[in-house]
Design a protein around this ligand. Structure first.
Ligand code: PGA
Length: 251
């Protein structure tokens, strides 16, 4: 049985005061919930402060990205070791905004996934198709290619650290959620791909999150799918009431 995993992606939002306030109120709201794994992925500069706030809670800390080298002349980048040092458990890797706004390639994303696992972070590895790709009937091709390239060279022992997040790009921040059927269809396809790349046991244990306008009103429907094991939540994770309601619903 896969334990549900709900993660919030704050993106480039909050400031020092609101980040701490949000984290503090979430800790209060989610006290005692242990049937769902939860995490918040916070802007780099607030990780350390939020880490202290979360220290006595069940909520894990995540970063929104990580670089693949461990130190050196890489101006502006943040290593795995640095993230571990401030208390991170997870790192989002390959988010569509990094793929399509920043221009990250599958090769870079693969290096990040491998470095994160090697460094002891748990990657939340994001994949998903653009609207034009869905409309052209290319969803499966795109997602399969992103997963094959993103997990290239990741051996079976190590791949168990990975959570895959399926986030159709057309559903992110648009208010347009994939229907439960659309999500289930891609999630089931991802699970059989993982079984083919690794084995059935690994595929059965792998958690696959859905992301893209997930909110309290669609949580039950999305999570009712047999292959939807959790949610990666953007906008709704910035509202304490919404994010905690989603976790409580799943719990
Ligand atoms: P959204 O973002 O929930 O605001 O659509 C999800 C994500 O990008 O992870």
């Amino acid at each position: 049985m896969r334990k549900p995993f709900i993660a919030g992606n704050w993106k480039m939002n909050t400031n020092y005061t609101s980040a701490l306030g949000l984290a503090r109120r979430l800790v209060e709201q989610l006290k005692g919930i242990d049937t769902v794994d939860s995490a918040i992925c916070v802007p780099f500069v607030y990780l350390q402060a939020v880490s202290s706030t979360l220290s006595s809670s069940n909520i894990a800390l995540g970063a929104q990205d990580v670089f693949y080298e461990s130190n050196g002349a890489f101006t502006g980048e943040i290593s795995c070791e640095m993230l571990k040092d401030v208390g991170c458990t997870y790192a989002i890797i390959g988010h569509s905004e990094r793929r399509h706004v920043i221009g990250e390639t599958d090769v870079v994303i693969n290096k990040k996934v491998r470095a994160a696992i090697a460094g002891g972070l748990l990657p939340i590895f994001c994949v998903g198709e653009l609207l034009e790709e869905r409309e052209a009937g290319k969803t499966e091709d795109v997602v399969v290619s992103q997963i094959r390239k993103g997990l290239e060279g990741v051996d079976p022992e190590r791949v168990q650290a990975v959570t895959i997040a399926y986030e159709p790009v057309w559903a992110i921040g648009t208010g347009k959620t994939a229907t439960a059927e659309q999500a289930q269809q891609v999630h089931a396809m991802i699970r059989s791909l993982v079984a083919e790349m690794y084995d059935k046991n690994i595929a059965e244990r792998m958690r696959i999150q859905y992301g893209g306008s997930a909110k309290p009103s669609n949580t039950t429907e999305l999570m009712a799918n047999p292959d939807v094991d959790g949610l990666l939540v953007g906008g709704a994770s910035l509202k304490v009431e919404d994010f905690s309601a989603m976790i409580k619903t799943v719990a």
